[in-house]
Write a protein that binds this ligand. Structure first.
Ligand SMILES: [Mg+2]
Length: 279
């Protein structure tokens, strides 16, 4: 496989959490990244595996941190799930939704009706109001032949009280009582990233994903054949990148280093090199 020079990238899929912000804190350089991409004529979509918020809620979260972004540039796993369902569902198919605002709104906007009785699909995202009753409804419907679709596979996520159960843990409960594995849309499965490419009408050879996780962003990008850029400001560490079986095409300490490298074509780094901060 030949290395794609950074300068040939015209479309960028940007993972938000751990790249643009952590919690409610903007990452260094995040305030300059989007104007910088605009100046260089690079299109972008901001993506997240998180299914709970709507694009407008994400745009508002970013605005509170000082980033002005149109909700139309935000793509969540909920929207990608609704788009997928639009392609596979038949007229009149109704869904039983286990999830929060982000997922319910995406499904409603895609024209789906919700039903607890004889749904054609069980659609699952993170739901902090998950109950035995919801598990029972999913169990009965899937055993009766309903399709099983999930927004994202994340077993856990970091919360204020510690590591908390994520969508993947709800999927595991449903899988345990049905013996059925869901169709998963979020990273590292291709659904969300393919939807982001469709939004930009981009091709693999001029598209990259910028993320902070090897197991979702880099693996997902690798599966789609796009360039993968790992940033070490989030979850994955330098030693993880060095020992990973699927290595990112580029690794940077932070966004300022990425922007410096992009704008200096003569010194673009060789593939699989970890750039270390000068001490
Ligand atoms: Mg992330």
């Amino acid at each position: 496989m030949t290395s794609t020079p950074l300068e040939s990238i015209r479309h960028l899929i940007i993972d938000m959490d751990g790249v643009l912000y952590r919690g409610n804190r903007l990452m260094p350089g995040a305030d300059r990244l989007l104007p910088w991409l605009d100046q260089h004529g690079i299109k972008y979509v901001l993506v997240t595996n998180n299914s709970t918020r709507t694009p407008s809620q994400y745009a508002e979260k970013l605005r509170r941190m000082g980033l002005v972004v149109s909700p139309g540039l935000v793509l969540t796993s909920s929207q990608a799930t609704a788009s997928y369902l639009q392609r596979v569902a038949e007229d009149g198919d109704r869904v039983y939704c286990i999830g929060e605002d982000g997922l319910r709104q995406a499904l409603a906007q895609a024209g789906f009706e919700f039903s607890e009785v004889d749904p054609s699909y069980i659609v699952v995202g993170l739901d902090t109001g998950f109950t035995y009753e919801k598990l029972k409804r999913a169990c009965l419907a899937i055993r009766a032949g309903a399709g099983f679709i999930a927004t994202n596979p994340d077993l856990t996520f970091p919360g204020e009280e510690g590591i908390l159960p994520g969508c993947g843990s709800l999927i595991a409960a449903i899988q345990a009582c049905t013996g059925v594995a869901p169709k998963v849309i979020g990273k590292p499965e291709p659904g969300l990233l393919q939807a982001a490419m469709d939004m930009m009408a981009s091709q693999p050879e001029n598209t990259a994903i910028l993320g902070d996780r090897l197991d979702t962003d880099v693996l997902g990008g690798h599966r789609l054949g796009i360039t993968t850029i790992l940033i070490l400001s989030g979850v994955s560490r330098p030693e993880d990148a060095a020992s990973a079986s699927i290595k990112p095409d580029y690794v940077f300490w932070d966004l300022p280093e990425l922007m410096r490298s992009f704008s200096a074509p003569a010194v673009s780094p060789p593939k699989k090199t970890i750039w270390r901060r000068k001490s």
